[in-house]
Design a protein around this ligand. Structure first.
Ligand SMILES: Cc1cc2nc3c(=O)[nH]c(=O)nc-3n(C[C@H](O)[C@H](O)[C@H](O)COP(=O)(O)OP(=O)(O)OC[C@H]3O[C@@H](n4cnc5c(N)ncnc54)[C@H](O)[C@@H]3O)c2cc1C
Length: 380
């Protein structure tokens, strides 16, 4: 089978790249190992800018998102310091909490409507090769797809990244997190998502994100090196917090766990990696773009998918798929996402890692409007 572009992975990065390229009329293959989209462990928080970008890419997104009732709008970030002080940061624009099964399915529905896209679900990519004139993507089904360009959007542990770059998982640049769904957590403030910076989990945090139907996404993220050094069992740690933490245990006393808590890895954007080369680009988690301070990766996956699709269009216009021409993609990433991630990494190392620093910053912010504004801006 021959394609212009082969996209490995149908998460937010791959779906976005497919939307842009499909709408531009390119012949695209989109491959995912799962049979249905959104089977991803995630806190489910969607930044306010995400629906705006998706609407720019595909105007049909806006009415579909508007109609979707399985989401909760949030405009306030409640931060609890290790000392127990609470700071509410209110934003003029709402973000959302929406289960990934719902969000990714919505995007996938828009991709399915595009005529030039061949979708191969339930198909695992087993190998990726490039040569002078083509790329070859082999699947577990003994099928080989040929294309002129491959975009790796296959998440943490990406096979595209492993085959085409020298990238290796480095635990000093990863976090691990557990996510569970609970029903009937008490005292969930309206329009608010909560980040609890508890003393013994810094620079990680415990979160409560409100979903519709009295459900909440609840979880805990920690740097992988802390998990490895302390042999931390994230699920046990989460339940200990829920059952023992003074500010939380009463709120969870009558809450019901629905489903099973799940653990996954977050490749953080705190180091520079190869994200492009001859006939390939990497996006989202495959390129390690997660915000090192907050753990947000959906927005960066979407932005990088769009940048990669734009670069792919330039490659076809100029008939140039060389590593040097592909650097145009790196430039877009450096200009936006990587600069942002470097700043967030600095925040994590200087403020979020130290209980006295967070306590101090929150105490000051509670008294001073300008400091509140600065923190709000830094977390945007
Ligand atoms: C516990 C946890 C909580 C998080 N919370 C948030 C949050 O609240 N907000 C936020 O913005 N971000 C959050 N993130 C980060 C976010 O989930 C990711 O950054 C985002 O999903 C990245 O999108 P992606 O498209 O790059 O990769 P993914 O969403 O991981 O998609 C990759 C796709 O590739 C497919 N795939 C993988 N390997 C293969 C293969 N060999 N062959 C074929 N297909 C393959 C997978 O099935 C998947 O569909 C969280 C992450 C974790 C682990």
């Amino acid at each position: 089978m021959n394609f212009d572009v082969i996209i490995c992975g149908a998460g937010p990065a791959g779906l976005t790249a497919s939307l842009v390229l499909g709408r531009a009329g390119l012949k695209v293959a989109l491959i995912d190992k799962e049979t249905s989209p959104g089977n991803k462990v995630c806190g489910d928080a969607i930044a306010a800018y995400v629906p705006k970008i998706l609407t720019k890419i595909c105007p049909e997104f806006a009415p579909a998102w508007e109609k979707c009732i399985m989401k909760t709008a949030v405009n306030t970030c409640r931060i609890t310091s290790p000392g127990g002080k609470t700071l509410d940061l209110q934003y003029s624009e709402s973000g959302y909490i929406c289960k990934r099964s719902v969000f990714d399915t919505l995007l996938f529905g828009l991709v399915k409507q595009l005529p030039g896209i061949t979708i191969l679900t339930g198909t695992r990519v087993s190998d990726v090769k490039t040569d002078e004139s083509h790329v070859e993507v082999a699947t577990g089904e003994d099928q080989v797809l040929r294309g002129r360009l491959v975009i790796g959007c296959d998440g943490a542990g990406s096979i595209t990244a492993r085959r085409l770059t020298d990238a290796r998982t480095d635990l000093t640049h990863c976090s691990g997190a557990v996510r569970a769904y609970f029903k009937d957590v008490k005292d969930i403030p309206p329009l608010t998502f909560e980040l609890h910076f508890l003393r013994n989990i810094l620079p990680g945090y415990f979160w409560i994100f409100p979903l519709p139907d009295n459900t909440a996404s609840v979880g805990l993220g920690l740097p992988s090196r802390v998990i490895a050094a302390g042999k931390v069992n994230l699920k046990d740690k989460m339940f200990r917090i829920i059952n023992e933490e003074p500010g939380l245990k009463a709120r969870f006393a009558d809450a019901d766990l629905t489903g099973t808590p799940e653990v996954s890895l977050l490749p953080l954007g705190s180091r520079d990696l190869t994200v492009s080369g001859h006939r390939f680009m990497l996006c989202g988690d495959a390129a390690s773009l997660i915000d090192p301070a907050t753990g947000e990766g959906i927005g960066h996956a979407i932005l990088s998918g769009r940048y990669a699709a734009w670069q792919a269009m330039r490659c076809f216009e100029e008939n140039d798929f060389s590593a040097s021409f592909m650097k145009g993609y790196d430039k877009s990433l450096y200009g936006k996402i990587r600069r942002h991630n470097r700043f967030r990494y600095l925040i994590r190392r200087t403020v979020v890692s130290r209980p006295y620093a967070i306590n101090g910053v929150i105490s000051l912010a509670l008294k001073n409007k300008l400091i509140r504004k600065t923190i709000k801006k830094a977390l945007e």
